[in-house]
Ligand binder design. Structure first.
Ligand code: ADP
Ligand code: ZN
Length: 210
């Protein structure tokens, strides 16, 4: 199987859909955001380079990201393809990817800017199983208990605040959205309206991946 790319603005629901696509296709999720956050908390060289950009809501330099991805796809679980989440985010990243891995589908989740700030500012994840929740739109079924694993251990991202969200959206429009045309011209771009119930979006995405 070839690799797929999940594309869309911050807060579009890429992480939520990634978990569902992973369960049904078996493709491992490769999230550059998660990898960078792990590097920052571990205090690695990559983490030190990335931290100030992430705190400001700016993109981390391409060479840092490309090195991270090259290492990641050498892992044994990546032999049959992966699902990239949050990568590529610039044309140079997409060019680098095209040299190391074949992408069969770019799954674009589209959500208007007006919805993004409220989505991101209320979101939190289970620290044990990574399930994604939202204070208003997807609260846990039982107060303070994860729906999937019963944990009471939740976390919120440091960059999920209003001013950083605006910088992240700006970076998306300036640097990442031009990739849509780049992939459209390669006939592998599949857009989905992300402003709908989560299950509907999953069903539509899985139907093109069959
Ligand atoms: P979101 O899509 O919600 O903004 P991510 O978890 O994908 O969040 O990324 C968080 C931050 O990590 C970004 O704001 C950026 O600083 C950095 N980052 C993640 N992926 C990349 C990438 N492919 N290129 C450059 N920076 C990235
Ligand atoms: Zn959980």
């Amino acid at each position: 199987m070839k690799s797929i790319v999940l594309f869309g603005p911050p807060g579009a629901g890429k992480g939520t859909q990634a978990q569902r696509i992973m369960n049904s296709t078996g493709l491992p999720q490769v999230s550059t955001g998660d990898m960078l956050r792990a590097a920052v908390s571990a205090g690695t060289e990559t983490g030190v380079k990335a931290k100030s950009f992430m705190d400001a809501g700016e993109l981390v330099p391409d060479d840092v990201i490309i090195d991270l991805i090259k290492d990641r796809i050498k892992q044994p679980d990546a032999v049959n393809g992966v699902m990239f989440d949050g990568f590529p985010r610039t044309i140079p990243q997409a060019e680098a990817l095209s040299e190391i891995c074949e992408v069969s589908h770019v799954i674009a989740i589209e959500v208007p800017d007006s919805k993004i700030v409220e989505r991101i500012c209320g979101r939190f994840t289970c620290a044990d199983c990574s399930a994604v929740f939202h204070d208003t739109f997807k609260p846990t079924k039982v107060l303070n208990k994860c729906d999937s694993c019963d944990s009471s251990n939740f976390k919120r991202r440091a960059d999920d605040n209003e001013s950083t969200v605006l910088s992240r959206l700006n970076a998306y429009h300036e640097q990442t959205s031009p990739l849509a045309d780049w992939y459209k011209s390669r006939n592998i771009f599949y857009p989905f309206n992300g402003d709908r119930p989560i299950d509907e979006i999953t069903t539509d995405i899985l139907s093109v991946l069959q």
